[in-house]
Design a protein. Structure first.
Length: 322
């Protein structure tokens, strides 16, 4: 692989994050190594203090490919200390003109993936990121041939990307902007959604039909898969809230309002699920100071807010892309 030649500028930094992925990390690393490219790449692999032997596998690969793979093996878990592997460690280290990403439990299947993505980004300066589809697998085999809904298998202009287009992290290749990730990123668990929205400030998104789907693995040790539906909703609400704060800070008030409305949508929807008695109690606590109304009227206010914002206002209708 020509990518081990360090006489040239690195074209792509492949960033991989791992935690207790001993049974899977080799698949991810093999997918990186088998990329058929004619430009130099580097592979940065961060392990967040795994306890299952993941680090041993990574270090063995580093010994085999010393000019290609760089291992960053932590003794203390960085996530528990509020540091995110990609944003706070790998992204600042990346030397490449472009950055590709894949978690240690997922893997690529197309050896031409990086070549196709770099060629596109080199020839289309208005685009900041490109991605593709993936199939879903578990310990028994393929669960689904496609993880992306059809509505997201298409390009997105900058504004659509800022509103959170559904993109698979394992599929992305994007321009190394060489500017820090916004401080609001540190407050969210769903960092992928925040990252993709932020990248939308710098260009468009290209969906690449001609790249073979990657493999998205579902297993009991997956950080996101361990969360139940309510926890996922809460984390999505928090992500929308901090995106709203970011866009408000930089003066993009319409995008800020969109994300704040999404956070409100989730909150109101959860309140309705709780049932009338608990909703009335929560209304009293959350909105009495703001609305200065009776509890029943506060609930009516919430209901009217949802109806007004999410069923009539085109700017913030959920999952709208135009």
């Amino acid at each position: 692989m020509k990518s081990e030649n360090n006489n040239f500028e690195v074209m792509v930094s492949v960033c991989c994050t791992a935690f207790n992925h001993a049974n899977y990390i080799a698949d991810a690393l093999e997918g990186f190594i088998k990329q058929n490219v004619d430009f130099p790449i580097e592979i940065l692999v961060h392990d967040d203090a795994s306890t299952d032997g993941t680090q041993d596998v990574i270090l063995e690969y580093e010994k085999r490919y010393p000019n290609l793979i760089k291992a960053i093996c932590q003794k203390n878990n960085q996530y528990l200390q509020g540091r995110y592997a990609f944003a706070h460690i790998l992204y600042p280290m990346a030397r490449g003109k472009y950055i590709a990403f894949c978690d240690g439990d997922d893997y690529w299947t197309d050896p031409l993936k990086l070549k196709k993505q770099v060629e596109f980004l080199e020839n289309n300066p208005d685009y900041v990121i490109c991605g593709h589809d993936a199939y879903i697998i578990n310990e028994f085999g393929i669960v689904s041939n496609s993880k992306l809904p059809d509505v997201h298998k298409r390009d997105a202009v900058s504004r659509q990307l800022q509103k959170n287009r559904d993109i698979l992290a394992l599929s992305i290749c994007f321009r190394n902007l060489r500017v820090p990730v916004p401080e609001e990123y540190s407050n969210v668990m769903n960092g992928d959604a925040f990252l993709f929205s932020w990248l939308g400030s710098f260009g468009h998104y290209k969906y690449m039909h001609d790249i073979k789907p990657g493999a998205y693995r579902v297993h009991a040790g997956g950080m996101w898969s361990l969360l139940d539906m309510k926890e996922k909703k809460v984390n999505s609400m928090i992500t929308y809230y901090w995106l709203a704060q970011y866009y408000k800070r930089i003066g993009s008030h319409d995008i800020a309002f969109y994300h704040l409305a999404q956070a409100v949508y989730i909150a109101v929807d959860e309140l309705c699920i709780l049932g009338v008695k608990r909703v009335l109690l929560l209304n009293c606590v959350l909105f009495k100071a703001m609305a200065q109304k009776s509890v029943p009227r506060s609930f009516a206010f919430l209901r009217s807010l949802r109806n007004r914002f999410f069923y009539k206002n085109d700017l913030i209708r959920k999952h709208e892309y135009h």
